[in-house]
Design a protein around this ligand. Structure first.
Ligand code: SF4
Length: 349
């Protein structure tokens, strides 16, 4: 941030949504605090995500914004009155742009790499497979905090002791009369084309159980009845949820021994909590810059020539079948999970 060091003490970082992006923004706080130890950092996000970084020692203040209960004009007034020296806009939406127009703040804005992304999701042979820069690195670049250490470039979510204890209690209840490792399966995603087939999740649960583990399915927010879809027989894995809020999901994931998830916000949450996590990518791909980071984190992506075919996995498959996900076998997922778990803390599944 050439020439702005003296203006730095009061910094506003903006990223309203979505869950994954809010988590991936975390390395920016650490990098800013390393570079400007005396600065005060305020994070502005959607109210639903405000608690995610509440226990982060690098963030001095968190503002939650809910457009249903607060007007944009009052938020803009609040930002103006706070008199930030620098605003780091990691969102680049119309709303965040309007906020940065007020006052005397120096603004740094996230660049979306739209053209590269459009070329990347075209159908072959038009597709251009030049991967996007990982989102975390683009966030750090926006804040002019390049060359982070490996640990600094890996997002983290911290929980309070109370939240961890709550998670441990849920774990004790879930594991009563059961044994082995607690493996959380997250079969939901914002867009259905991104979901690994439910019957695969069912088979994975059966294999995990055969191996002496305890698989638990957490239902997506809008699908409380998902359980029976995960089996072709009478026995389906225990079902939990949907979780009433994001921190309760975080508390459960934090005490799990492993997580298998579609490419989704909860995938980034599990990875940021340091839990061995396998993310499954199909119509989206790590080339779009959203692969999870972390020592015990991995992903499976078959790399079909047609993938990625949309930015967020929102488009319906233009081929007959979603082979990008269909062809990922439960056995393959178990092997990847085993690698993650053994790499993190000892005996594998
Ligand atoms: S198989 Fe279908 S959904 Fe998957 S990447 Fe190809 S076109 Fe997209």
């Amino acid at each position: 941030m050439p020439g702005t060091e003296s203006l730095i003490p009061h910094i506003l970082v903006i990223r309203f949504s979505s869950l994954g992006d809010v988590i991936l923004a975390e390395p920016v706080f650490r990098a800013l605090k390393r570079r400007f130890p005396d600065s005060s950092i305020t994070f502005l996000t959607r109210s639903a995500y405000a608690d995610l970084h509440r226990s982060n020692a690098e963030v001095d203040d968190i503002w939650g914004f809910d457009p249903d209960t607060r007007s944009l004009s009052s938020l803009i007034r609040m930002v103006r009155e706070a008199g930030f020296d620098t605003i780091i806009d990691l969102h680049g939406s119309l709303r965040s742009r309007l906020i940065t127009l007020v006052g005397e703040s120096v603004t740094r804005r996230y660049r979306q790499q739209r053209l590269r992304r459009i070329l990347l999701v075209l159908r072959p042979p038009l597709k251009r497979s030049r991967p996007l820069t990982p989102v975390i690195d683009r966030y750090l670049e926006t804040a002019d905090c390049t060359e982070p250490s490996e640990a600094e470039g890996t997002p983290a979510v911290h929980l309070t002791e109370e939240q961890i204890n709550r998670g441990l209690k849920v774990r004790r209840d879930l594991m009563a009369g059961r044994e082995g490792r607690l493996i959380v399966l997250l079969p939901g995603a914002r867009h259905a084309p991104k979901e690994w087939p439910r019957f695969h999740f069912g088979e994975l649960a059966a294999l995990l159980k055969l191996g002496g583990n305890t698989p638990i399915v957490v239902a997506p927010p809008d699908q409380p009845e998902i359980g029976p879809e995960l089996t072709d027989g009478e026995d389906h894995p225990p079902l939990l949820g949907p979780m009433p809020d994001i921190m309760q999901l975080a508390a459960l994931l934090a005490v799990a021994d492993g997580v298998v998830t579609n490419d989704s916000g909860p995938m980034h949450l599990a990875a940021a909590l340091g839990v061995p996590t396998v993310g499954l990518f199909g119509p989206t791909s790590p080339e779009l810059g959203f692969s999870p980071r972390g020592e015990s984190t991995s992903h499976i992506h078959l790399g079909l020539p047609c993938s990625p075919c949309s930015k967020h996995g929102q488009r319906v498959c233009w081929r007959r079948e979603r082979h990008c996900l269909l062809d990922i076998s439960p056995r393959q997922v178990i092997d990847e999970l085993e690698r993650c778990i053994s790499g993190s803390e000892g005996p594998a599944i």
